[in-house]
Design a protein around this ligand. Structure first.
Ligand SMILES: Cc1ncc(COP(=O)(O)O)c(C=O)c1O
Length: 311
């Protein structure tokens, strides 16, 4: 078993301008930070959220990681791929009952040990004592919360701010006015909020309904980090619930992909960009605004969905 000694090997996400008619009409410029391009398998925001957890596991003398997710989980996918690449053990606790999705087949192929918890069993994940039987069964494994959430996960995303700033010159930007990204647990957003320390706002497009507690989770991370000057805003953009997909969304993704060449998926990045379009068209951002859209990856999860219908 070996956790990576250094986490530098895939940390450069390219920054690309996004040319779309609804942006140019509003005079708003957007650049995309392509976390989906950092690695073919360990893609998106997942790696950034995982690195501090892996460092903590290494420090604790663990031989691997046990974590949670659904049958399309991007988090478990990245974790299992990292375990295979670096040679540490991975155990995945899955929501629901056994099923063979493309993600699950990959998890098995990467050597992750799977346990299906059912729905009630999965709901118990926030209860005190949830981890005890798993720690008894897998004593050398370090538990990581669903989605790599929490302050540790957020701290792993703070370097994205520096990554962006290092690339502004190449884009011809002398500054930027804020960030826009999908929020599931709010951990990645919280990391950017910590990295900006109030200098620029971070806008989160919720992939889950508002009652999922994202606002509370972000506030808790900011509080735990002791940050006074947090600047962020959350937008209700789940379009009827997590993983709910509608024809307008699919048509938007298809059109964007054709015009910009940037692939999106319907659960996070597609909904986030559509929510940005709605805010831009509603006049939320003045002409001349420059925003950074974070492509948080998740493209592996697209395999679980039917192909988008034509616009
Ligand atoms: C592709 C993708 N984008 C965004 C998110 C949201 O990240 P966070 O949970 O840090 O808010 C996730 C996972 O939750 C994801 O898989």
């Amino acid at each position: 078993m070996a956790f990576p000694a250094s986490f530098d090997w895939l940390l450069s996400a390219p920054l690309q301008p996004l040319a779309l008619d609804w942006l140019s009409r509003a005079g708003v410029e957007v650049a995309v930070l392509r976390l989906d391009q950092i690695d073919p398998l360990i893609s998106g925001n997942k790696w950034f959220k995982l690195t501090p957890h892996l460092a903590a596991a290494r420090q604790a003398g663990a031989r691997g990681i046990v974590s949670l997710g659904g049958a399309h989980s991007n988090h478990l996918h990245a974790l299992a791929a990292a375990g295979k690449r670096f040679g540490f053990a991975t155990v995945g606790l899955l929501r629901g009952h056994p099923q063979q999705t493309p993600t699950v087949l990959d998890l098995q192929g990467f050597g992750m040990q799977l346990h299906w918890l059912g729905y009630a069993g999965y709901r118990a994940r926030h209860e005190p004592g949830f981890w005890l039987p798993w720690q008894a069964q897998y004593p050398g494994l370090f538990p990581v919360a669903e989605g790599g959430a929490g302050l540790l996960g957020a701290m792993g995303c703070m370097p994205l701010v520096t990554q962006l700033r290092n690339q502004l010159d190449a884009l011809g930007w002398d500054d930027y006015h804020g960030w826009w990204l999908a929020a599931g647990t709010g951990t990645t957003l919280a990391g950017l909020v910590l990295g900006e320390a109030g200098a620029r706002p971070v806008y989160g497009a919720l992939a889950v309904p508002e009652d999922h507690g994202v606002a509370q989770q972000v506030a808790a991370i900011v509080r735990e980090a002791g940050l006074q000057a947090a600047s962020y805003e959350l937008f209700d953009s789940s379009r009827g619930g997590f993983a709910k997909v509608d024809p307008q969304l699919l048509a938007f993704i298809e059109a964007c992909e054709q015009r910009s060449g940037i692939p999106l998926e319907p659960l996070y990045t597609g909904k986030a960009l559509l929510a940005l379009k709605q805010q831009v068209e509603a006049g939320r951002f003045a002409a001349g605004s420059r925003l950074v859209f974070v492509h948080t990856g998740g493209l592996q999860g697209r395999r679980g969905f039917a192909a988008p219908s034509p616009p």
